[in-house]
Design a protein around this ligand. Structure first.
Ligand code: SF4
Length: 337
C-alpha cells in the first residue's frame, strides 16, 4: 500500500485528508468520500496508486483541449472513484466503482510514461475519473513524463485544495476544468460539493502558469439561464482572461438524470454568440457533431484557423501562433515547453 500525501494525523488514529476541499476527517478503518483513500491504523493510504481502470491513446481534442498541443495524441489513463457524486455522470461505471468490485490493472508510473512515449503521444492525461484523488500516482508519473518532454494534463472537477495544487504545479501543464454551473445550489444538489473552491483552484492554476480550458455541460432547466451563463463567462474573462477557451457542451440524459431532454443546439448557439459579444476570444460548442462552432476562428478577422470534424483537426490559416490572414497573435500552445 502507498502512503498518501496531503493529510494530517489528528489523534486517536484519526486523520484529516487535505487533498480536496471536502477535507474528510477519517476514523481508523474508514475511507473518504472519494472511496479510494483509506485510514489503516492511523495512516492514510492511496489505495489506487499504480492501479488503472483503463487506458487509451486519444486525440487531445477529445479532452476537450483545443488550444494545447492541437492535432496531437494524448496517452490517457483513468482509475476509479470520485470526490463528486454528479447525478448525470457519464463515466459512472468507473467513478462509482469500488475497490472491491472493480477490475484494475497495475501500471507503474515508469511503465505508463514508456507507453505514452511508445504510442507517439505528446502528453499524458489523467482523465476518465477525477485525477485529484490519484494525486501521488499522477505526481510520480507526471514528474517522469516531464523529464521525457511530455505535456501533462488534468481533466478535473477542480475541487483540489490550494496546497495540493501547489504541490502539483511544477509538473502539471494543463488544467482542463469543468465549471459545471455558476450557482452553489447546483454544486450542492447535483454534485455534492461547492462552487467557490472550484473557482479558487481554477484561478490559482492560472496564476501558477497552467494552460486552462473550461467545460460547461449545459443542462436544460438546471444551469442554462442566460443570466447565470453570462455571470460565468464574465467570471472567466475577469479571472482567467478573455483568451481562455470555454467549451459549452450539449447534455444527454445519463445515469440518474434521465428525466431531462438533450440540450437544444439553438440554446448552445445563443450562448456562443453571447460569449463572443462579452469579449471571449475562443468559445466552442461540444457534443454537437460537425458544428462550425467547433472550429477555431481568428478573433480579429474571422478567418478559420483550425477546422474540426469530430476529433480530427485541419490547420487552415494558422502558422505557429499566428493567423496567416491578418497576422493576429493566437493564444495557443503548439509545443511542450
Ligand atoms: S481526496 Fe477529498 S474526498 Fe477523498 S479523502 Fe481526501 S478530502 Fe476526502
Amino acid at each position: 500500500m502507498h502512503e498518501a500525501l496531503q493529510y494530517t494525523k489528528t489523534g486517536n488514529n484519526a486523520v484529516q485528508c487535505s487533498l480536496c476541499n471536502h477535507r474528510c476527517k477519517i476514523n481508523e478503518g474508514g475511507h473518504g468520500i472519494c472511496g479510494v483513500r483509506h485510514n489503516e491504523k492511523g495512516t492514510l493510504y492511496a489505495m489506487t496508486y499504480g492501479r488503472t481502470s483503463g487506458e487509451a491513446v486519444d486525440p487531445i481534442e477529445k479532452k476537450p483541449l483545443f488550444h494545447y498541443l492541437p492535432g496531437t495524441l494524448s496517452y490517457s489513463v483513468g482509475g476509479i472513484g470520485c470526490n463528486f457524486h454528479c447525478q448525470h455522470c457519464q463515466n459512472w461505471h468507473i467513478s462509482r466503482a469500488t475497490l472491491e468490485d472493480s477490475h484494475m490493472r497495475t501500471l507503474e508510473p515508469l511503465e505508463g510514461v514508456s507507453r505514452a512515449v511508445g504510442s507517439g503521444s505528446a502528453s499524458i492525461s489523467w482523465t476518465y475519473n477525477e485525477p485529484t484523488i490519484w494525486h501521488e500516482y499522477a505526481l510520480d508519473m507526471g514528474r517522469l513524463a516531464r523529464n521525457k518532454g511530455l505535456g501533462t494534463i488534468y481533466v478535473t472537477n477542480g475541487y483540489i485544495t490550494e496546497e495540493a495544487l501547489r504541490e502539483l504545479a511544477p509538473m502539471l501543464c494543463a488544467f482542463r476544468v469543468d465549471l459545471k454551473a455558476f450557482n452553489d445550489d447546483f454544486y450542492k444538489k447535483i454534485c455534492g460539493a461547492h462552487l467557490q473552491p472550484v473557482l479558487d483552484s481554477t484561478a490559482l492554476a492560472r496564476e501558477l502558469g497552467m494552460h486552462i480550458e473550461t467545460v460547461t455541460l449545459v443542462i436544460p432547466g438546471l444551469n442554462d439561464s442566460m443570466e447565470e451563463i453570462e455571470q460565468l463567462i464574465r467570471w472567466v474573462i475577469d479571472h482567467l482572461g478573455p483568451a481562455t477557451p470555454m467549451h459549452f457542451s450539449a447534455f444527454h440524459p445519463d445515469y440518474k438524470m434521465t428525466d431531462r431532454s438533450a440540450t437544444p443546439v439553438s440554446m448552445l448557439e445563443k450562448i456562443y454568440k453571447k460569449a463572443k459579444l462579452l469579449g471571449l476570444r475562443f468559445p466552442y460548442l461540444g457534443n454537437v457533431y460537425r458544428h462550425p462552432y467547433e472550429n477555431t476562428f481568428c478573433p480579429k478577422c474571422g478567418a478559420t484557423l483550425i477546422e474540426r470534424q469530430g476529433f480530427s483537426s485541419r490547420f487552415v490559416k494558422l502558422d505557429g501562433e499566428q493567423c496567416t490572414s491578418c497576422g493576429e497573435h493566437i493564444e495557443i500552445v503548439r509545443n511542450v515547453t
